[in-house]
Structure formats: C-alpha cells, structure tokens
Ligand binder design. Structure first.
Ligand code: PFF
Length: 449
C-alpha cells in the first residue's frame, strides 16, 4: 500500500494547521459578526467559547486523527470498532464541509474580485454610499457572482491535486507572516484616524445588555468555525501530524495566532467604521467597504490594498483546501478513488450547491427557508448547528468512551511528554464542561428553557 502523505516537518505542521484556521473567518466573518452582535460583549463570549470549548475540542480532534491515522469516518471505525455509531461524526462533518464550501467559496470569490477592482482603481473611496454601491454591484450580478466562485473552485481543485505536503504547506508557509504585517500596518492607520476611539470602545468595552441567546450561539458557532473544528478537518489534519509533535502546544499556538489575526482585523476595521461613518452592523459587506477606505487614507494605499486582498485570497485558499481535505481523504481512503477523481467530484457538488448561495443576492433571493436565503442558511446550518453538534459528539466520544488512559497516551506521545496534569484538566473539560456548555447554548437557542 502506498505510504500516506504527511507533513514534512513539525514547523510545517504548525503552519499548515494555522493555514486552515486563519482565513475569511478572521478577516470577513469575525468583524462582521462582532458588528452585527453588538461588539465587545460578543467578543467576550467568543473568547470564553474558544477557551472552554474550542481549544479542548481541537486538541481532542487532532489527537484522534493522529492516533487513527485515517480520514474522519474511518478514524472512528478504527478507534471504536464495536460502536459503529461514532462514525456518524465523520459523515456529519462531510455534510458540514460541503455546506461551508458552498458559501465560503463565494466569499473567496468576492475577495478575488476585489483584487482586480483594487488594481483598476475602482475602490478608491472613503464614502460609505459609494463603497456600498461597489459591493452591491458585485454581489447582485449573477454572472459575476458565479464566475468568481467558479474561479475559486478551479484554483483550489488544481492545488489540492498536487497533494497535501506540496500544495498546502508551500502556500501557507510563505504568506502568513506577510498578512500579519499588513494587518498591523492597517491597524496603525485605522487607530490614528480621527474618531478611532469610538471603534475601540465598541470592540473592547462590553455592553452586557446586548448579550442574548442568539449572540451566545453565534459566538459559539464562530469559535468552532474559526478553529476549523467539529467537522473532522482538524482530525484529518491530525492524521498527517508527526509522531513527535506536541499536540496541546501546537493547538494552543494555533488558537493564539488565529485570535491575534482576528483581533488585528477587528482593530483595523472598527475604528475606521466609526471614523468614516460606516454602519458597524452592515453584515457580510462590512470588510469589503471599510478596508478599502482605510487604505485609501494612507500613502501608497492602492498598492497595499491589492496586496491585502491577494493575501486574504491566499489565506482563504488555505482554509478551503483544509475543508476539501475532509471529503477527499474519505473518498481516496474508503473508496480507493484517486485524489483527482475525489477532488473533481467534490467540486462538482459544491458548484451545484454553491450556485443558489452565490445567487442569493440576485436570482435566488426569494428562495428562503426559516427566513434565511441559501447563503445564510448554509452558514447557519454549518456553524450554528452541525459544528457544535459535532463538537458535543467528539467531547462525548473522548470523555465517556475513549477514556483518560488513551487520551493520556495520545497527548503525551506515549509517555515522552510530561503533561499529565494538563491532560487531566483537559479530560474534565471534555467529559463535563465543554459538552454541557454547548448543550446549554443550543437548547437555549431553540427556546427549550
Ligand atoms: N477556520 C476557517 C476560517 O476561519 O476562515 C474556516 C474553516 C476551515 C472552517 C476549515 C471549517 C473548517 F473545517
């Protein structure tokens, strides 16, 4: 049998895992949800969800993948051969992967479109009305929305067919630090705009009256989405981890770096929102309107603006590749399909399902379910339903079935690492606290109490 592909160095593992976590979630979703959910209170709940639920689930997922060395479905078969139920976690992850990709590739398409727009000088304005019109023209044009999404699908397909270590590692390794630096520069500009303080207050001074059940569920869903957990992505990446990799340390570093990128994006955006008179609760268009305005107000802005959208596009590709890896690893390992065939099949499904999402501001805008159009529905179902459900099941699997001794062995690299206390605390979180918190938030959200 061919040897499984894997990451080639421990640093490569860190960067590729970070490549999955950092993406549109940081630059697009985190700011827009913080804006629509009232600012600092949301950020606080998001932080708690990340620490008490996100990080433990991430560590557990990576550990399960590295122990089983298989895709998200087969891993549960291998680790629990007598209880076939658990592999439904993998199948749920498959559904979540397809739903996320259906709208995520659309947003990535907007980023690509903004690369071109920034090159042609179409974005040079700080006026909220003009910025809104530019974004509106893009998303309400069926042809543009579809074509940009298809471009993204074609690009990712090409990269993934090159294989795990070559495609993903290479792209992620080089560009992440640049994005970080550019965000810092953006923050400096945004924070020195007149009126910036109000943006900082919005982001960091919580107004607890704004925290309601919807805010709790959205923050929890974002924590899952941000860390790429609850759907088998981190499990699949874990299966490529090296045996000597320190999983808790790697996961904590990824979480911290991911959080820093989100906070930087927030600090680049909100001061500018208030300085220029944008609407913090503008929704998915927030980043696309505000960021060009910040660049427009700095020297050499147009060049940096292009660079920013290029880097964001690359970051989104890293995340997309990691999501695609869930179905592709499953099909290649379970059905012996080639990577090419598995990738193409997945992309075809996403193109079909993605079309109503990308057309949800135009042709399919009246196709709604529970009051949500296709774009919002796919987002809601994946982030707020499937990922937290997957999270509960992973907690229950590890906390009540897999057990502490095996968790210890997996996370201490069979005794090579001295992290017994840490694993003990993690086990308490996974067995009781994290699943309980998810259950409470989900039940509250459906109005059960
Ligand atoms: N974490 C990615 C982001 O924040 O952009 C999105 C993502 C990647 C979600 C992988 C889920 C996943 F499995």
């Amino acid at each position: 049998m061919a040897q499984r592909d894997g990451f080639t160095s421990t640093f490569g593992v860190l960067v590729a895992t970070l490549g999955s976590a950092v993406g549109l979630g940081n630059i697009w979703k985190f700011p827009y949800l913080t804006g629509t959910n009232g600012g600092a209170g949301f950020l606080l709940v998001y932080l708690l969800a990340t620490l008490l639920v996100g990080l433990p689930v991430m560590i557990a997922e990576i550990m399960l993948g590295r122990t089983a060395r298989a895709n998200a479905v087969s891993s549960f078969e291998i680790l629990s051969p007598r209880q076939p139920f658990w592999k439904s976690i993998g199948y749920m992850g498959l559904v979540a992967a397809v739903l996320i990709l259906a709208f995520y590739t659309e947003v990535a398409g907007w980023v690509f479109a903004y690369v071109v727009k920034s090159l042609t000088g179409a974005l040079g304005h700080t006026d909220p009305v003009a910025a809104k019109a530019t974004f509106g023209a893009l998303v309400s044009s069926p042809a543009q929305a579809l074509l940009w999404q298809w471009l993204v699908l074609a690009l990712t397909g090409g990269i993934i067919m090159l294989g795990v270590s070559k495609g993903i590692e290479a792209a992620a390794k080089k560009l992440m630090p640049l994005l970080f630096l550019l965000l810092i520069a953006l923050c400096v500009r945004s924070l020195t705009l007149p009126g910036a303080a109000e943006g900082l207050r919005f982001l960091f001074a919580p107004d607890f009256t704004k925290i309601n059940t919807g805010v709790l569920l959205t923050a929890l869903g974002l924590a899952f989405f941000k860390l790429s957990i609850g759907m088998g992505t981190m499990l699949t990446y874990g299966s490529y981890f090296r045996p000597e990799q320190n999983i808790p340390t790697t996961a904590a570093r990824v979480m911290l770096a991911d959080l820093s990128v989100s906070l930087l994006a927030g600090m680049a955006i909100f001061p500018a929102v208030f300085a220029f008179g944008f609407e913090p609760a503008a929704g998915p268009s927030l980043v696309f309107m505000t960021i060009p305005a910040v660049f427009d107000s700095m020297p050499g802005g147009s060049i940096f603006m292009t660079l920013f959208f290029v880097l964001t596009a690359v970051a989104s590709l890293g995340a997309i590749l990691s999501i695609l890896e869930v179905p592709v690893a499953m099909m290649t390992e379970r059905w012996s399909w080639s990577r090419r065939k598995a990738t193409l099949a997945t992309l075809a499904v996403i193109a079909l399902l993605g079309a109503p999402a990308s057309l949800s501001q135009s042709l399919t805008q009246h196709w709604t379910l529970f009051g949500l159009n296709a774009f919002d529905l796919f987002d809601y179902l994946s982030s707020n339903v499937l990922l937290p459900l997957g999270g509960i099941l992973i907690c229950l699997f590890v906390g009540w079935h897999y057990g502490l001794p095996r968790l210890r062995a997996g996370l201490s690299n069979d005794g090579a690492l001295d992290n017994g206390k840490l694993v003990g605390a993690l086990f308490v979180l996974l067995r009781y606290i994290s699943p309980l918190l998810i259950v409470i938030v989900m039940f509250k959200a459906i109005g059960a109490f």
